[in-house]
Design a protein around this ligand. Structure first.
Ligand code: ZN
Ligand code: ZN
Ligand code: ZN
Length: 246
């Protein structure tokens, strides 16, 4: 979203609790998008590009970027030293929350809602990330079986639900290796960036919509796909997400 989007406004920050003048209004989405940009640049090892000059260039010299950086600095989200921009601890946490919401929304849109156009997935996920609260994000994560990557293969920062998964109620979606002997599951999606592997699994009938049954778990995982028996590596089974059939 652009710098002129003023539909959602950030009213958080320290000044709210100081009892001082009301906080300056500016678009929350601008802050969010910049946090995400810094996060993804950092994630892909392009820290060198996180500079004031680079951001000015990216925004075609729009003076709003300087104001935005100033605001984010005063909200304690980023630290600027000279040209370099870095996260504060709080900024990094905020960015992680956004990235987590965005990438889980991508999974939800792609795997469950079967939205196929990447542009639609992208714009919808980008809108959803700003409105989903962390508890709802954790619910989405749980329903999806705590996926570790988005459809593009980028890591999803784990939430509290992911470490609590043993204690929590059984999620609607499990990975294939979590089914017990005799249990069946309908395949929702296969999580892999390895196209050769995906093709191979598809050849064996391991594809969305297929119902599989776990025949045995020891000494190795053997499943039934229709009448066909198939031995699967645990590592592969972990990437096959199913809805348990009861
Ligand atoms: Zn976004
Ligand atoms: Zn993605
Ligand atoms: Zn989770």
């Amino acid at each position: 979203m652009g710098l002129n989007d003023r539909r959602m406004r950030w009213r958080g920050g320290r000044r709210m609790t100081n009892g001082g003048p009301p906080p300056v209004d500016y678009a929350k989405t601008d802050v969010d998008e910049l946090l995400e940009l810094i996060y993804t640049l950092k994630e892909s090892g392009k820290e060198g590009l996180i500079t004031v000059e680079e951001l000015r260039r990216k925004h075609n010299g729009d003076p709003a970027i300087d104001k935005l950086l100033e605001e984010m600095g005063s909200l304690g989200l980023i630290k600027i030293s000279g040209e370099k921009i870095g996260f504060s601890e709080r900024g990094e946490t905020e960015a992680e929350k956004l990235i987590r919401a965005h990438r889980l929304a991508e999974r939800l849109l792609t795997d469950v809602l079967l939205v196929q156009k990447d542009q639609v997935v992208e714009s919808q996920a980008c809108a959803m990330e700003h409105i989903l609260n962390p508890a709802v994000v954790d619910n989405i994560c749980t329903i999806l079986g705590h996926p570790r990557t988005c459809p593009h293969g980028h890591a999803i920062p784990p939430g509290r639900c992911c470490s609590d998964r043993k204690r929590a109620a059984a999620p609607a979606v499990l990975s294939l290796d979590e089914l017990r002997s005799g249990e069946s599951g309908k395949i929702l999606y296969v999580e892999t960036q390895d196209h050769a592997r995906l093709d191979k699994l598809t050849t064996f009938g391991i594809l969305p919509g297929t119902t599989v049954k776990v025949h045995q778990r020891q000494p190795s995982l053997v499943i039934f796909v229709g009448q066909t028996q198939l031995a699967l590596d645990l590592e592969i089974a972990r990437n096959v997400h199913v809805v348990k059939m009861t």
